[in-house]
Design a protein around this ligand. Structure first.
Ligand SMILES: Cc1cc2nc3c(=O)[nH]c(=O)nc-3n(C[C@H](O)[C@H](O)[C@H](O)COP(=O)(O)O)c2cc1C
Length: 190
């Protein structure tokens, strides 16, 4: 049985620091035979939750609005065994597009995520990483997902694309996160 992990990247930068952190986790996952996919949500035109309640009332399992890529992302999250939410820190929080994903995925597909494996990753230049990290982490709690730890909280530091390559501890943390995620996924799917 093949196990898969999808990583949603909240950065609008295609090869930015968040993407580099995701790839470090992916290397460890792929080494354990787990298939991986990155979806960049940052830079996409998406709107926030309209609070119409239609997804819930009709038990749709997806969002009622079809004018942006959100339902494609919701489908990818539901199909995966593991979900990584990764975001740069913007004004001490996650990016706007990541927040839209959290709200609309969480509201429309909450029950479908139960007991999947989840992990937060954040990147920052200097401040606010912990708050952004907690914004991602709380999503996994309320959706009844299971969260593996690592040797540090999953964060990397850098400003310009590529800067995070100099953060050696972040790379170790991502490598360990990938290994722990793979271990947990294999236990669940044994
Ligand atoms: C709008 C905006 C707000 C930012 N706010 C913060 C912040 O609050 N704290 C911080 O340390 N870095 C902040 N940064 C810097 C980014 O977190 C940093 O450049 C990060 O490496 C970007 O990741 P990326 O390369 O994946 O896009 C901000 C950057 C932008 C564009």
């Amino acid at each position: 049985m093949s196990i898969s992990v999808v990583a949603f990247n909240g950065s609008p930068r295609e090869n930015g620091n968040t993407s580099l952190m995701i790839r470090a986790v992916f290397s460890a996952l792929e080494a354990e035979g787990i298939s991986v996919k990155e979806i960049r949500v940052g830079g996409s035109l998406v709107h926030g939750c309209a609070a119409c309640g239609q997804c819930h009332a009709k038990q749709l399992g997806h969002c009622v609005f079809i004018d942006d890529p959100m339902n494609e992302w919701i489908g990818a999250a539901k199909a995966a065994d593991g979900i990584i939410l990764a975001s740069p820190t913007y004004f001490a929080n996650v990016t706007t597009e990541m927040k839209a994903l959290i709200d609309r995925l969480g509201f429309s597909a909450m029950g479908a995520l139960k007991r999947k494996v989840g992990a937060p990753i954040v990147v920052a230049r200097r401040g606010g990483a912990m708050q952004a990290y907690n914004a991602l982490l709380t999503f996994f709690g309320i959706t009844q997902m299971v969260v593996p730890g690592s040797s540090y909280w999953n964060m990397g530091y850098g400003l310009q694309p590529g800067d995070v390559e100099g953060d050696e501890e972040a790379h170790d943390t991502m490598k360990n996160l990938g290994a722990n995620m793979a271990w947990l996924l294999k236990k669940i799917h044994a």
